[in-house]
Design a protein around this ligand. Structure first.
Ligand code: I3S
Length: 126
């Protein structure tokens, strides 16, 4: 009980707004529908919220579960062919969910890409 965990999976590594489109669910293609999302990255996962104040509210609501991406075994790659927008990358989960993320701001999307890639590379593959 006195051991302080150095691998607290709840620590927020990065958070902010990006444009998001979920394009597959469990391997089944979805119609692309871009929307702004508040994204919270921790060691093992990403959570998608509509607004920045939602994570705090979600903690107070026992039943509330944001859309969540398990990064264990996930893949990340730039996918310029999947959109007419610039700076689009895709995250594919082991379960076959596919998300596109985008920002017009170059440094911002690069920061996100590297933060997510680092998280994936630190995790076991399954
Ligand atoms: O890859 P697509 O089909 O050209 O993606 C566009 C569509 O999803 C479109 O919605 P509708 O299917 O309702 O027309 C979106 O409004 C566009 O934003 C999508 O293209 P971009 O190039 O923005 O990802």
């Amino acid at each position: 009980a006195d051991i302080i965990s150095t691998q607290d999976h709840t620590v927020v590594e990065k958070e902010g707004y990006l444009l998001k489109a979920k394009i597959a669910d469990g391997g089944k293609k979805l119609r692309k529908n871009w929307s702004t999302s508040w994204i919270v990255l921790t060691a093992r996962k990403m959570e998608f919220y509509k607004e920045s104040k939602q994570p705090a509210l979600a903690n107070l609501k026992p039943g509330y579960k944001p859309e969540c991406v398990d990064l264990c075994g996930a893949q990340i790659e730039w996918t310029p062919e999947k959109s007419s927008r610039k700076n689009v990358f895709q995250i594919t989960t082991v379960s076959g969910n596919e998300f596109l993320l985008q920002s017009d701001i170059d440094f911002l999307i690069l920061d996100w890409f590297h933060a997510i890639k680092n998280a994936i590379d630190r995790l076991p593959k399954e």
